[in-house]
Design a protein around this ligand. Structure first.
Ligand SMILES: [Mg+2]
Length: 365
């Protein structure tokens, strides 16, 4: 028996949006919002980064005319059954890639909807283990000058953030110079992370691990390709003490995370609910916990703040420059760091954020 016996999912809608990154004027980027709606007008919101226009179009079609249609008429409280139904609906073309972006956006929207139906913050609905999660400032793009990186990091440090991350790997000959400049600016009390996005070969990554250690780099993300599990394992074994090897942001299901953990490829597992769904993020947390490996959330701070508070194994959340900007462009009530942590708003149901409709319209793709 359900206390909302008469309630059904009536409508699913996708809103592809595009925006410009201030330091990348040539290119637009794309994010797709998913809305789930019950027959009595309650709504939940989710999102995925679709990045390119053709991907945004594909995700919209999948949400409104494909995968999302299996939700219509269903009970909005049965999240696990709903995500299984969505995955089964695309068995022929596979539940990865574009399909998984659509599923993830819808799954997040379904959790937001359920929490709003029950008038609970999502973290509370999921059974929170803590009231806040630490964040690390993330940006330091390879297109930035050292001075731009230093200014960006100073802003986060002023907000009380104690860990900051920069990108490396696009121009290896400049990486040690850039890392040295960043470390000189942040000083000894703030931890420096680097993310190579898989750009280095194994031998290069080993050499850079030694070079970065001279500047007290504590986190080396994707030193080699995330698909090179042996290479990641080698880096984990041979990188200097105090330097964590991290990967996992591209994981789309629990099988991916299991393979990475069983290969003992990472010191810290990463997961992204906008790629692996909120339900998948919680599964990644359970797997990480069983392997005694900390879990770090990749971008989407307003969503992951709730999920991380419900995941005891979560260690921190990526406060990604670009995604923070999108959240402020599109939503009201976006969380701000307090002493370097995000505290989900316990006075607001669901994810606690509200779409700024008139502003969002300006970004319609
Ligand atoms: Mg990364």
């Amino acid at each position: 028996m359900t206390i909302f016996a008469a309630m059904q999912i009536k409508k699913v809608t996708a809103f592809p949006l595009r925006y410009q990154e201030p330091n990348d004027r040539l290119n637009f980027r794309h994010v797709t919002l998913a809305k789930t709606e019950t027959d009595n007008g309650l709504v939940g919101w989710g999102e995925c980064i679709s990045q390119w226009p053709e991907a945004a179009l594909a995700v919209k079609v999948l949400i409104e005319q494909g995968i999302g249609r299996v939700l219509l008429g269903r009970d909005p409280l049965e999240n696990h059954a709903l995500v299984l139904a969505m995955k089964e609906s695309c068995w022929w073309y596979g539940d990865t890639g574009m399909a998984n972006f659509a599923i993830s956006a819808l799954d997040i929207a379904l959790w937001d909807l359920k929490a709003r139906l029950l008038n609970l913050p999502l973290a509370v609905l999921l059974g929170d283990a803590r009231d806040a999660i630490e964040v690390y400032g993330s940006g330091g793009f390879t297109s930035y000058s050292v001075q731009q990186i230093q200014e960006q990091f100073a802003g986060w440090i002023d907000q009380g953030i104690k860990k900051v991350k920069m990108k490396v790997g696009a121009n290896p000959s400049a990486d040690v110079f850039r890392v040295r400049g960043a470390k000189q600016a942040i000083g000894g009390d703030v931890e420096l992370f680097v993310d190579a996005n898989g750009a280095y070969t194994r031998k290069q990554a080993l050499e850079f691990a030694e070079n970065f250690a001279a500047y007290d780099v504590r986190w080396f993300e994707e030193p080699v390709s995330s698909d090179d599990l042996e290479g990641l394992r080698m880096m984990r074994d041979r990188a200097p003490g105090g330097m964590d090897i991290a990967a996992g942001e591209y994981g789309y299901d629990h099988w991916y995370f299991r393979r990475m953990l069983e290969a003992q490829a990472v010191d810290v597992l990463q997961a992204d609910a906008t790629r692996c769904s909120a339900t998948g993020f919680l599964k990644a947390a359970a797997l990480a916990s069983a392997h005694q490996i900390p879990l770090s959330a990749h971008t989407a701070p307003s969503i992951h703040a709730h999920l991380c508070c419900a995941a005891p194994i979560a260690c921190h959340l990526e406060y990604f420059h670009d995604h923070v900007r999108i959240e402020h462009m599109l939503f009201d009530q976006v969380l701000e760091p307090v002493n370097g942590c995000l505290y989900p708003d316990r006075s607001r149901p669901g994810l606690g954020i509200e779409l700024k409709r008139s502003d969002a319209v300006k970004y319609a793709a």
